[in-house]
Design a binder for this molecule. Structure first.
Ligand SMILES: *Cc1c(COP(=O)(O)O)cnc(C)c1O
Length: 459
């Protein structure tokens, strides 16, 4: 393995949080007590926590200093002004509405821009995003390129929208029956796959022609920008900031979870260009989140987010971020482990179909694999397969996603390459006795977003 391609951490560590590992029998017990759902484990029982990169980031010294500058006025906080100015400068949208996290922004956007029965088009789906779209009467349609559903196909920009699918559905359903296009950069459930600038430009041109709005799920914009710089012709010499600005120039607004590329622990926002939509959003935010100048966030949190957004666009930071994830992927590939290729921006996804070919998708292979990995090694991961996909709202049948995966999600600035080695070794060890992995079934299945709190037992 050529180690020179992986840059060292571009930071020094000046505060540490000790971690330790409980014994195997104890891990078996706590997994059972958690109903074999890794979401329900206690953090204290986890050794390396790759459940999510959401809100699990390590903030910088400058962000911590920013917390001390919190202006906790009920209205018109100077930290909101700072956040608003930063987002406008970096993203280029006219209006910014803060929310407590990404799904708060999704709730606002879906409520103000979907009429019941309208179609909402997306590049694959995200759990909370699709929930709010459907909850507002939208009919979700996936128009991502087919390649994205093939875990083993190693091609760049697997997050791209299929232009032919977009044109077809506009022709079939009529532009007036399409609420908007929701374009995620990067696509979390496809494996953190990026969208090319070319695709954003094309989608925007078609949608503008048809007067259809394009809203981005901007949650991982910086990772997407890095992939464009690294892999798209004509962008090698552009800065992450220039690329980001161009990306958003093709959108009419975005939802953002600050808990990801904002490098904070809580927060989010909605951006809009249209004044009427903005007015509608400010009326709603007051009901669900708080005044339009805090939207559920403390002043100090808005300050940390304003600083974090800029840090996420520093080249050394984002290069290390993406390459650390790739390092884990390369270690696993070297050991012959089936993962989604190419490695995405925030996580490595184990392909549970190939990992556990002895299990049917109905036996929840990814859910079971995530549990066994915890019991094997104390490493916590998350199911992204049939359990996360939930049921069809109309028929009540399980969605059967092509991708049945376990996500090893890397928090930002938290773990070192050595931690990645430990994870790779644990997965490799488990792979050697993978036939021992047994299927699971639900004993408690929540109606909405079931993966968060469901409980299971062995079949
Ligand atoms: C996390 C996430 C969201 C939701 O954001 P929250 O802050 O968790 O509410 C939306 N879209 C994507 C792609 C995400 O990863």
């Amino acid at each position: 393995m050529d180690y020179s391609q992986y840059p060292a951490e571009p930071f020094r560590i000046k505060m540490v949080e000790p971690v330790s590992m409980i014994g195997r029998e104890e891990r078996e017990r706590v997994a059972r007590e958690a109903g074999y759902n890794t979401f329900l484990l206690n953090s204290e029982d986890v050794y390396i926590d790759l459940l999510t990169d959401s809100g699990t980031n390590a903030m910088s010294d400058r962000q911590w200093a920013g917390l001390m500058m919190g202006d906790e006025a009920y209205s018109g906080s100077k930290n909101f002004k700072h956040l608003e100015a930063t987002v406008k400068e970096l993203f280029g949208f006219n209006y910014v509405v803060p929310t407590h996290q990404g799904r708060g922004a999704e709730n606002l956007l879906s409520t103000i821009s979907i009429k019941p029965g309208q179609y909402v088009l997306g590049n694959m789906y995200f759990t909370t995003t699709r929930f709010h779209q459907e909850n507002n009467g939208g009919i979700f349609v996936d128009i991502i390129k087919d390649e994205a559903h093939d875990a083993s196909l190693n091609v760049p920009f697997k997050g791209d929208i299929d232009i032919a699918k977009l044109e077809k559905i506009i022709a079939e359903k009529g532009a007036e029956n399409i609420a908007y296009v929701c374009l995620a950069v990067t696509v979390n459930l496809a494996g953190g796959q990026p969208v090319s600038m070319k695709n954003m430009r094309e989608v925007s041109a078609i949608c503008r022609q048809n007067k259809i709005n394009v809203f981005y799920d901007a949650t991982r914009f910086a990772e997407n920008a890095y992939f464009i710089k690294e892999q798209e012709e004509g962008y090698e010499d552009k800065s992450i900031q220039e690329i980001t600005f161009e990306m958003f120039s093709y959108a009419d607004g975005c939802t953002m979870s600050g808990k990801k590329d904002g490098i904070v622990n809580i927060g989010g926002f909605l951006c809009l260009n249209d004044h009427d939509l903005y007015t509608a959003a400010t009326e709603l935010v007051t009901v669900f989140e708080g005044m339009p100048s805090y939207g559920g966030m403390a002043g100090r949190d808005m300050e940390a987010l304003a600083i974090g957004l800029k840090e996420s666009m520093q080249f050394e930071y984002i290069e290390h971020r993406v390459k650390q994830v790739r390092y884990l992927g390369d270690r696993l590939l070297e050991a012959g482990i089936p993962i989604i290729e190419p490695a995405g921006g925030h996580a490595i996804f184990l392909d549970a179909r190939r990992f556990c070919p002895h299990l049917d998708q109905k036996e929840l292979p990814a859910q079971s694999l995530a549990n066994e990995l915890f019991i094997e090694s104390g490493v916590r991961s998350m199911e992204r397969g049939i359990v996360s996909a939930g049921r069809d709202k109309e028929t009540g049948e399980n969605h059967m996603p092509k991708l049945e995966t376990v996500r090893l999600t890397i928090p930002r600035r938290v773990y070192t390459y050595k931690h990645m080695d430990v994870v790779a070794d644990a997965v490799t060890q488990l792979y050697k006795h993978r036939e021992d992995i047994r299927g699971l079934r639900f004993v408690y299945e929540p109606k909405q977003l079931r993966f968060f709190t469901a409980r299971f037992e062995h079949i």
